[in-house]
Write a protein that binds this ligand. Structure first.
Ligand SMILES: O=C(O)CCC(=O)C(=O)O
Ligand SMILES: [Fe+2]
Length: 274
């Protein structure tokens, strides 16, 4: 079900992938400064209202500073050789790169994930105190790749296995595709009719939502298309009961990152080295 994907790249992209991409220097921006340069220009009171009115969902077409988007695009292409592909018939087909690989090869993404400016702004929107996900959660930050015809994710929620809420931030990185994020608002609220919507997330665009409230899917990629999105997960309580951790890990191993990535951290922690 889970395979490596060295040869899974369409031609124009593979020209810049591989080791040479790592040596082509693209200076990393300073994450906090770059985030603040954008968030201080927004009408944040208005965005907060929009987020609440849409039952904990917000889409912004143009969020990231251009130098951040450029850095993410560079990393997404440089990490093509690291993509782990998965097929879950009827539910999901596509690739992902876990936070463990990002830590090794794209540290700017880890820095952006932890940016105080970013987290503070998301806290303003959500009205919740947010924390980064624990070190052994491979989903804390991850890249998703849609590079083959039919790559998609079926309807689902980003269910929280934590004791508190789980928020998902999606950042558009590469979108040379017809893929759409289809969603339904208010599905958990019997008093409000479900409200369907659909967006494409262009490079630098943002989607932020409470994972247990937004029903969503990514529609299938066509031939010669490529889409990469970056996901950040924030939680209100990083505690997770052991049996839920087990279910969450199994899901991440089967549907996203492969067993080696997901259980590697646990194994090394068992030996006292993490
Ligand atoms: O690729 C995306 O933008 C979102 C993917 C998604 O919904 C998920 O992996 O849970
Ligand atoms: Fe999702």
């Amino acid at each position: 079900m889970s395979t490596h994907a060295e040869d899974d790249v369409i031609a124009p992209v593979s020209a810049v992938a591989g080791t040479s991409a790592f040596t082509t220097a693209v200076p990393a921006p300073q994450a906090d400064r770059a985030v603040a340069s954008r968030t201080r220009t927004f009408d944040n009171a208005r965005l907060r209202k929009d987020f609440a009115a849409q039952d904990a969902f917000l889409y912004l077409e143009d969020f990231l500073a251009p130098e951040v988007t450029a850095q993410l695009v560079h990393s997404a292409r440089a990490l093509l050789d690291e993509v782990n592909r998965n097929y879950l018939p009827g539910h999901k087909q596509g690739g992902s790169v876990s936070r463990h690989t990002i830590d090794r090869l794209a540290p700017f993404i880890a820095e952006l994930y932890r940016s105080k400016e970013l987290i503070g702004w998301l806290e303003q929107l959500s009205g919740d105190k947010l924390q980064v996900s624990p070190a052994d959660d491979p989903h804390a930050y991850a890249l998703y790749y849609y590079t083959r015809p039919g790559d998609h994710i079926g309807w689902h929620y980003d269910t929280s296995y934590y004791d508190g809420r789980r928020y998902t931030l999606l950042l558009g990185v590469i979108d040379e595709s017809s893929c759409r994020l289809d969603y339904e608002l208010h599905t958990r609220n019997p008093d409000v009719p479900d409200q369907p919507g659909s967006v494409q997330i262009p490079p630098g665009g943002l989607v932020f939502f409470d994972g247990d409230k937004l029903r969503h899917r990514i529609t299938p990629a066509g031939a010669n298309e490529m889409r990469v999105s970056l996901t950040f997960e924030y939680v209100t309580d990083p505690n997770m009961r052991p049996w839920r951790r087990f279910i969450s890990n199994m899901k991440d191993a089967v549907a996203y990152f492969g067993f080696r990535q997901v259980f590697r951290q646990m194994a090394s922690r068992g030996k006292g080295s993490a």
